[in-house]
Design a protein around this ligand. Structure first.
Ligand code: HEC
Length: 419
């Protein structure tokens, strides 16, 4: 009986795949995802105007100032949990799985077989239901603890706009994940306002110390000619006034690095924060005065557009010398994070050069090999870009978000409780 059920299930799977395959759009334009404005995540219209402005492509100082403002927005305390910044309430792969399970489980089994699209309002109430039940404080602490223990592990979060896009297009995502060669997936396009984020944590206090990476002034060029990011000092926990999560006064975790990709109207803005000891120095000389941010350094990059004008940085700007240094590099769009870009030559990269291949068949090992042998290939613009709109973790990598959907679908395919 069990075997029959299994056979039937796999047959149904094949049938449902072939049934829906015909409707697979050639170019999946997720711009059609409705934007719901009334969440606490909404970026002010003034900041959106800055983010989409033409100046972002030409004026380095302006791009950095806007990136700092985005970081300030990311660190806005939440009404319900004021001790947590906005992004700590975003969603990971498990959250997506739970919300999808709820939505998909509430469809009739016929609707499930037809992979019926969820109405946007239904998606919104499922997200709200999920949010009202969870405890972001304890979840965030647990994640920080795991990430601090294993610096090679990554944990990825998405905002609501990205989440609702994945839920709305769940059937396409599942199909794409099941393709033998995901490179043949239709190109995916995330709508404006979508965001993906990756964070790095270290335990500190007692006997735990945090390695520091100098990037200010001449140290920056020294780092560039090193084999990889080199730690050259230890951060003093007494002097750290940064974002931390703590279990008790002895067990504390500091946020040491944060990557963000935020979709503008047609491309992504990439920005990254990393911790260092002194405030308002080097890549933090133009930091806002908000309490936590001034101790982090920041870099940002926007595609392969014409290199930012060094002449646009005024003589008296605190970052003039660093801007000049960047323009002497072969890679003036440089942006890399010592706590997140591990491995040989990864301190020379910029985000987009590597992410342009997202969705292709490269594994982490392939990327590491490319970094070692031909790092330029991960810096230059390629004519052969991947299908997933620069997002690695959609259908590939150690934690593909599509898998959360496919696992939910497979569960109901195999054990549909209320046929
Ligand atoms: C050498 C390649 C490489 C470089 C350079 C790189 N990344 Fe990534 N990034 C990856 C890979 C691979 C993943 C997915 C695997 C993981 O980390 O879990 C990823 C994941 C991410 C994610 C989560 C969404 C996704 O695409 O999976 C964000 C956000 C991110 N990176 C931002 C950045 C930023 C910002 C920079 C530049 C400061 C950057 N990355 C530089 C390879 C790279």
């Amino acid at each position: 009986m069990k075997r029959l059920q299994r056979n039937l299930t796999s047959w149904l799977k094949v049938l449902s795949l072939s049934l829906t395959f015909g409707s697979f759009p050639k170019h999946l334009n997720a711009h059609t995802t409705p934007k719901i404005e009334n969440t606490s995540e909404t970026i002010s219209s003034g900041l959106w105007t800055a983010i989409n402005s033409q100046l972002m492509l030409t004026d380095w100082a302006f791009q950095r100032q806007t990136a700092w403002q985005i970081q300030e927005w990311l660190f806005t305390p939440q009404a319900k949990t004021p001790q947590l910044p906005l992004w700590q309430e975003w969603f990971d792969r498990d959250d997506l799985k739970h919300i999808f399970f709820d939505l998909y489980g509430n469809l009739s089994s016929k609707a499930r077989r037809e992979r019926q699209v969820f109405p946007p309002a239904t998606i919104e109430s499922a997200i709200e239901r999920f949010v009202s039940h969870r405890s972001p404080q304890s979840e965030s602490l647990l994640r920080a603890q795991i990430l601090a223990q294993n610096p090679r592990l990554t944990h990825i979060l998405i905002n609501r706009q990205a989440l609702r896009t994945l839920l709305l297009h769940y059937a396409e995502l599942d199909q794409c994940y099941r393709l033998p060669d995901t490179e043949t997936c239709p190109s995916w396009v995330f709508p404006e306002g979508s965001a993906w984020l990756k964070s790095a944590w270290r335990r500190f206090g007692q006997d735990f110390t945090i390695p520091g990476f100098s990037t200010d002034a001449s140290d920056f060029l020294r780092q560039q000619s090193s084999p990889s990011w080199m730690s050259d000092h230890t951060l003093d926990p007494q002097k750290l006034d940064v974002f931390t999560l703590s279990q008790s006064s002895e067990v504390k975790f500091a946020l040491v690095g944060l990557h963000l990709m935020l979709k503008r109207s047609h491309d992504w803005l990439w920005t990254s924060l990393w911790l260092d000891q002194s405030k308002h120095q080097g890549f933090a000389a133009d930091a806002p005065s908000s309490r936590f941010l001034s101790q982090y350094r920041l870099c940002s990059v926007l595609g392969f557009q014409s290199p930012l004008q060094v002449s646009s940085v005024p003589e008296q700007h605190p970052l003039k010398a660093l801007a000049d240094t960047l323009h002497q590099l072969d890679n003036p769009q440089w942006c890399s994070n010592p706590y997140l870009e591990l491995g040989p030559n990864n301190q020379k990269t910029q985000c987009v050069g590597c992410h342009q291949f997202a969705g292709q068949n490269q594994t982490q090992a392939d990327l590491a090999q490319l970094l070692q042998k031909d790092p330029d290939a991960l810096i230059r613009e390629s004519s052969d870009q991947g299908p997933t709109d620069f997002v690695w973790s959609l259908v590939k990598g150690p934690q593909p978000f599509a898998l959360s959907i496919t696992e939910g679908i497979e569960y109901f395919d195999a054990y549909d409780p209320y046929p």
